[in-house]
Structure formats: structure tokens, C-alpha cells
Design a protein around this ligand. Structure first.
Ligand code: FE2
Length: 353
């Protein structure tokens, strides 16, 4: 397996080793387990691997796809997850249950949710200080999510739009440096990243570079919305050169050369390595009927297979050690039940506490 490659969009188009399809056996097991535990959909911490049991062969189908995100392109797509055969509650349980075999779920918001619904909740408030894009229908700036891996389980597609965009930021960076060596320091200088209206350790923003590499610890982040809001919170003024550079980067990231575009279909699971891929989504239009509206369930996982991170990531991820507990929403206190779940998952998966 090659390590990360400097791929561009045509590479992903021509080499589909990152696309997997679940076997009939795996689908049947998932449906059976999800139906058996659907009454626990609102109390996910009661579902462990004994409750949601999968055979080693089925687990292997998921871990093989997950492994792919730690090398090569940093992305995997699993097709065939049961969407039409399951109720919404069963689908939630199936998402949580299959996630148990891949990593430790991390909280995604101030409420401490481990599964979040990616759908239009009627809010268009994405570009405000504490606006979060996942519950709007807006087009999003390129960004990363705050965990080793982000998984999107697609339950319903949009009527139109909602295209998922993924880009290798290192290929964009390389292109920009080649074009003009003066771009190199713009990638490694510090930018104020807003924490989205929340405070961690008394701070509303972090000063962080876009790109950093220390040996194997190589990672990239960007989010223009958060940088602009962070500048307001920090009382900083970003220069016109800085803003121009950020938008130039984002435009290239969305261009045909660098951006791979895909429509997630019902039953697709997209898995992204957040350190090597930046992602976005186009605006979408929903169907009118409530149960036909675009609906994805998002899971943030901490992985045993995770890579080391550069020093500056310590502040936002809580740990830079490979295979350790890190990531997730950082300004909330997790209760004793999550602590117990975390210990059990760490022991089973070999994640360091
Ligand atoms: Fe995201």
C-alpha cells in the first residue's frame, strides 16, 4: 500500500481502489442487529459490541475501508449500507453499531452528541460566528472536521445539489509554491481559527498554521469562515494579501484539477482522513416530503491507526500522539457513562487513553 500520494482529481477518477461494496452477508447482519437494538436509538451508550454483534468477516469489510484512509488517497467510500430497509431509528443504531468496530466516537457539539444529523434544519446561518454548516443547505467553505476520521452515512439524497467535494490540500499547496515560492510562508504562518462561538481554556480562537510537517506528522487545515471570525474575535486584521491567498487556495481546491466531486447516494458511507483531505459541499434543494429530505448521519472517530500530528495540533486535538484519544468537541465535560464506554473501546481497539 503506498503512503499518501500527491493525488489530484483525475487520479481518484481512474483508480477506484478506494471504493468498496458491502457483501450480502454484511448487509444481512447489519439489518438484523439494527432491528434488534432499535429501541436503544436514543441511548446509544447502551449499545456495545456484544449488543450489536458483527462477524469477523463483516468487521473486516469496514476495517479494510478504514485502513485505506490512512494511506493512499485518505478517502474511502463504502457502498450498499442498508438505507431503505431500515427505519430512521434502525439506521441510527446501525451507524453507531458499525462505528463501534472502527474507532472511538467523539462528541461533535456542545450537547455532546456522538451522531449528528446532517440535514437542512431550516437555518441558513452558516456564515455567522457560531453557525455550523451541517444543519443548513448552504454551500460550505473547504474545511476539515475535528477528529481523526469523519464518516458520513447517507440515508437520503437531496432532490438536487448537495455534491460532496474532496481535495488533497498538499497537491494544491505544491502547485501554489511552484507557481510562486512566496506562497510557502503563507501556508505556514499563523491564522486565527475561531472556535465557533465557544471557549476552550478561556480562548475563543487558536492561532494555527494551515500546513505543518514534522517528519511523519504532516497535516493540513483550512476554514476561511472560521479564520475571518477568528480575526474579529482576536481583534486582528488580515491583510489583503492574506485574504487573497486564502481565497486563491480555496478556488484552486474547488477547481476541476484538484477537486473530486461525488454525489453520496443512499447507502453510501464516505470516510475521510481529516489530516490529508479538505472537504466541502455544494448547496442543495430538498424534496418536500419530510422523510425524503436529504439526510446523512455523521460520526467522528478517533482511530487506533491514526498518525502522529505536528505540535501545533495539540491545542485543538488534545493529543498529538498516534493512536491516542483525541479530537472531538473540546469544551464539554463528558459523563461517567462515556468514560466507561471510552475505556472499553480503547481496550478493545488498542487506542491509548
Ligand atoms: Fe465537515
Amino acid at each position: 500500500m503506498p503512503s499518501f500520494v500527491n493525488w489530484t482529481a483525475p487520479d481518484l477518477e481512474s483508480d477506484k481502489r478506494w471504493v468498496f461494496r458491502l457483501s450480502d452477508r454484511a448487509i444481512a447482519e447489519i439489518v438484523e442487529q439494527a432491528r434488534r437494538s432499535s429501541h436503544l436509538a436514543d441511548d446509544l451508550l447502551r449499545i456495545d459490541r456484544k449488543t450489536f454483534h458483527l462477524s469477523p468477516e463483516t468487521v473486516k469489510e469496514f476495517t479494510t475501508a478504514l485502513e485505506m484512509t490512512q494511506h493512499a488517497y485518505g478517502v474511502s467510500l463504502i457502498k450498499g449500507f442498508p438505507a431503505r430497509d431500515l427505519s430512521e431509528a434502525e439506521f441510527r443504531v446501525a451507524t453507531w453499531g458499525t462505528g463501534l468496530y472502527m474507532g472511538l466516537a467523539r462528541p461533535q457539539n456542545v450537547a455532546g452528541d456522538f451522531l449528528t444529523d446532517v440535514r437542512d434544519a431550516g437555518s441558513s446561518a452558516y456564515r455567522v460566528v457560531n453557525g455550523r454548516g451541517y444543519n443548513t443547505s448552504s454551500e460550505l467553505d473547504f474545511h476539515i472536521d475535528s477528529a481523526d476520521a469523519v464518516l458520513l452515512y447517507c440515508r437520503r439524497e437531496a432532490r438536487s445539489g448537495g455534491e460532496s467535494l474532496i481535495t488533497n490540500p498538499f497537491s494544491v499547496a505544491q502547485h501554489l509554491i511552484k507557481q510562486n515560492p512566496d506562497h510557502a510562508p503563507m501556508l505556514t504562518q499563523l491564522y486565527p481559527f475561531s472556535l465557533g462561538g465557544y471557549k476552550v481554556d478561556g480562548k475563543e480562537h487558536y492561532l494555527l498554521p494551515l500546513m505543518e510537517q514534522q517528519g511523519d506528522a504532516c497535516a493540513f487545515r483550512i476554514n476561511i469562515k472560521n479564520i475571518k471570525n477568528g480575526a474579529i474575535q482576536a481583534g486582528m486584521t488580515l491583510s489583503s494579501e492574506e485574504m487573497e491567498f486564502l481565497y486563491k487556495f480555496q478556488d484552486l481546491a474547488g477547481s476541476d484539477r484538484f477537486c473530486y466531486r461525488m454525489y453520496l447516494q443512499e447507502g453510501d458511507i464516505q470516510i475521510l482522513n481529516n489530516f490529508h483531505i479538505i472537504h466541502s459541499r455544494t448547496a442543495f434543494e430538498d424534496f418536500d416530503e419530510p422523510d425524503r429530505k436529504r439526510h446523512l448521519i455523521r460520526l467522528w472517530l478517533c482511530l487506533q491507526q491514526s498518525q502522529p500530528l505536528p505540535e501545533s495540533w495539540h491545542t485543538s486535538f488534545g493529543s498529538i500522539e498516534p493512536g491516542s484519544v483525541r479530537g472531538g468537541f473540546r469544551n464539554i465535560a463528558l459523563d461517567a457513562r462515556y468514560e466507561a464506554h471510552m475505556r472499553e473501546q480503547c481496550e478493545a481497539l488498542g487506542i491509548r487513553l
